[in-house]
Write a protein that binds this ligand. Structure first.
Ligand SMILES: [Zn+2]
Length: 341
């Protein structure tokens, strides 16, 4: 089978299309024939390396996928060949206090397919627990587009910030995968949504998704615009995935008692925090990573009911994976890039 492989070449990580043996299902596993795989910023972090994390190169990236079960290993008896499924990308021990409390991403053994184990391309062998039924009628491309980003955005807004009807939410980078999900989830919970984007084209598209206002940060000062839109009050919740470039403005955009939720730092992780704002305005800074399996099932149901809609920027053949990495680095993407084996 063909797969995208990240390997070291002369001390540099390179992407290549490799021909690898098709995996077989061992006990408790299934082999998934991937029909569509979703790209994530995580793939680019895996390619560039993560600080403090030694990855077992060479490896196959990719955390999101949807497809058909090809082979069922011994013990995975509740699953049938031919079933349409999507990949639940997280895994954890299932026995510790955090797992039992439904906080699986806080398990000390929490890992991600495509980061801690080989990812999802053409064929992948997975624990049976890591596939979930694809909602009826949902195309494979959309099944590969929603899990990681919608789960991330759901846990940020619902699990961590506990967004409520009538609140104001600022979504930084509204055109990103997490951004397009967060706009829809915040709206679904009755919030007013403002979002930052890097072009007028993206501004029009986030409004179509339900954003009440789009702020082109290349043209206007996003902080002044938030103050104008909220009558100087600020927003109740900020959804942060950009990091260094936007951190200070995100904190200053908050109203008294506001909550900033961060799930990532695509522009760098050294955000500067003026502590006076934090204590005098009673702000909360909340970290968030992925979400629970229960939350993923809830999100899948809402996607299946078409109340949440995965946003696909483009579908590329597997061979053009490097174009996908480039587009993400250039921020010329709206929503998700999908690879087709
Ligand atoms: Zn655990």
């Amino acid at each position: 089978m063909r797969a995208v492989l990240i390997r070291k070449h002369g001390g540099v990580e390179v992407l290549e299309i490799a021909d690898l043996p098709k995996p077989r299902a061992v006990a408790g596993q299934v082999v998934l024939r991937v029909k569509a795989a979703g790209m994530n910023h995580l793939d680019t972090w895996v390619r560039r390396g993560l600080p403090g994390v030694t990855l077992p190169l060479p490896m196959i990236p990719g955390s999101d996928a949807a497809g058909v079960i090809e082979e069922v290993g011994p013990g995975a008896t509740d699953l049938q060949p031919g079933a349409r499924v999507f990949v639940a990308p997280g895994f954890s021990c299932g026995r510790c206090v955090e797992c039992c409390a439904g906080n699986d991403p806080l398990c000390k053994d929490y890992g991600m397919i495509g980061e801690h184990t080989s990812g999802t391309q053409e064929y992948v062998a997975l624990p049976a627990a890591n596939v979930m039924p694809l909602p009826d009628g949902l195309p494979f491309e959309e099944g590969a587009a929603f899990p990681l980003v919608f789960l991330t955005a759901w846990h940020m807004l619902v699990g961590r910030a506990q967004v409520r009807v009538g609140e104001d939410v600022l979504v930084q980078a509204g055109g990103s995968g997490v951004g397009t999900a967060a706009i829809q989830i915040a709206r679904l919970h009755g919030a007013r949504v403002f979002t930052t984007v890097g072009s007028d084209d993206k501004a029009a598209r986030v409004r179509e998704l339900g954003a009440d206002a789009a702020i082109n940060y290349r043209k206007t000062d996003s902080l002044e615009e938030v103050r104008r839109l909220t009558g100087k009050r600020g927003v109740d919740v900020v959804i942060e995935s950009v990091g260094q470039e936007t951190w200070d403005k995100s904190l200053r955009a908050l109203a008294r008692g506001g909550r900033l939720v961060t799930c990532g730092a695509t522009s760098g992780y050294r955000g500067e925090t003026d502590l006076r704002f934090v204590f005098s305005k009673g702000l909360s800074i909340l970290g968030s990573t992925m979400g629970s399996r229960a939350e993923l099932l809830r999100v899948a149901r809402l996607v299946g009911e078409r109340r949440l809609k995965p946003v696909i920027d483009r579908v590329l053949p597997l061979e053009r994976v490097a174009d996908g990495h480039r587009a993400m680095a250039e921020r010329s993407v709206f929503g998700k890039i999908i690879l087709k084996p």
